[in-house]
Write a protein that binds this ligand. Structure first.
Ligand code: GDP
Length: 328
């Protein structure tokens, strides 16, 4: 078996923008082996002052809305502007969607073939707490490797949006036109998180329905308060196949960046996100350690049935279990 790179080799490879080493480092971050995780944490720490210079963009929308096609076209536009683009995916539901997210690499042929791009599908079957921590570390590694734009893709199913919102600078919601109810199952909360809404597939016969949808969404957005950053999200039309509207989306993101850097929100948001990451990880690691504890496991096995039958107060058992865990 090939010897694993050591810390210095990983660090050197990433700093020189080596995509193979970057990929191996992310595998290390995703590993469930404790020794791998320790090395991964040390690696991220050793590069931490070299991170943070990219624009982090979250992209979400229901399956079929055109996320992959959009990322391929939008990513290509960014490459043409001289940017280096990394694409990461967060997909806590990959058990359900069978890893559809970024799984089909052929949909991003141009991007995956380009040396200035890096595409990383989501690790499958992991709990959200674990996935978001790992995606955040992967993102920092991409930044240390010199990527200017990080696109974080997630599937529109609910909780993963919040996780992505908490790790990006700009949150883009892709929507379909003409799907009957214009507010197709996208929860109000997700619309409220968006910094921009994009109606996809605005080409051919779909242009008119797309324009109508734009008006409907604009009306819905008017109902939301402006928020602390004083940014009013716009609805834009785009076609990933013809390329129309993509340049305008990038312009809007650049405007956002300069406005938020000007009013201080950019940095304060990132600072809050770092603390949120800490809180997240404490909760996640505590939960993991707790459930792995053999005494806890034994008592849980003993008493779960009683809770199930309604004979034992779940709050009381939870407290007893915690006491058991912490008193050791
Ligand atoms: P995802 O599930 O959100 O990643 O969606 P995909 O990118 O796989 O796209 C779903 C379908 O919509 C595919 O058949 C695409 O070819 C099609 N599609 C995506 N973008 C466009 C577009 O801009 N115009 C048209 N006409 N079709 C598109």
């Amino acid at each position: 078996m090939k010897k694993r790179l050591d810390l210095a080799e990983f660090k050197e490879g990433i700093r020189s923008g080596n995509r193979v080493v970057l990929s191996q480092a992310i595998t290390l971050v995703e590993s469930t082996l404790e020794s791998d995780q320790d090395l991964a944490s040390e690696l991220v720490q050793s590069l931490i002052t070299e991170t943070g210079k990219s624009i982090r963009i979250g992209i979400t929308g229901v399956p079929g809305v055109g996320k992959s096609t959009f990322i391929e076209a939008f990513g290509k536009l960014l490459l043409d502007q001289g940017k280096k683009v990394a694409v990461l995916a967060i997909d806590p539901s990959s058990q359900l969607t069978k890893g559809s997210i970024l799984g089909d690499k052929t949909r991003m042929e141009t991007l995956s073939a380009d040396k200035r791009a890096f595409i990383r599908p989501s690790p499958s079957g992991a709990a959200l707490g674990g996935v978001s921590g790992r995606t955040r570390e992967a993102m920092l590694l991409c930044e240390a490797a010199g990527f200017d734009v990080i696109l974080v893709e997630t599937v529109g199913v609910g909780q993963s949006e919040t996780a992505v919102k908490n790790m990006v600078d700009f949150f883009l919601l892709l929507m379909l036109a003409g799907a009957g109810d214009e507010l197709q199952g996208i929860k109000k909360g997700i619309m409220e998180m968006a910094d921009a809404l994009v109606i996809t597939k605005a080409d051919g016969e779909n242009i008119e329905p797309a324009k109508k949808a734009k008006v409907a969404y604009e009306n819905a957005l008017h109902l939301f308060p402006l928020g602390e950053k004083h940014w009013s999200p716009k609805v834009q039309l785009a076609s990933s196949t013809s390329g129309s509207g993509l340049r305008e989306i990038w312009q809007r993101i650049e405007n956002y960046e300069s406005q938020m850097k000007g009013n201080g929100f950019w940095e304060s948001n990132r600072a809050a996100q770092r603390l949120n990451w800490l809180d997240d990880q404490i909760q996640f690691l505590l939960g993991q350690a707790f459930l792995k504890d053999s005494l806890v496991q034994k008592m849980l096995l003993d008493r779960r049935a009683k809770v199930q039958k309604g004979e034992l107060n779940p709050s009381k058992l939870a407290k007893t279990l915690l006491q058991l865990f912490f008193q050791k």
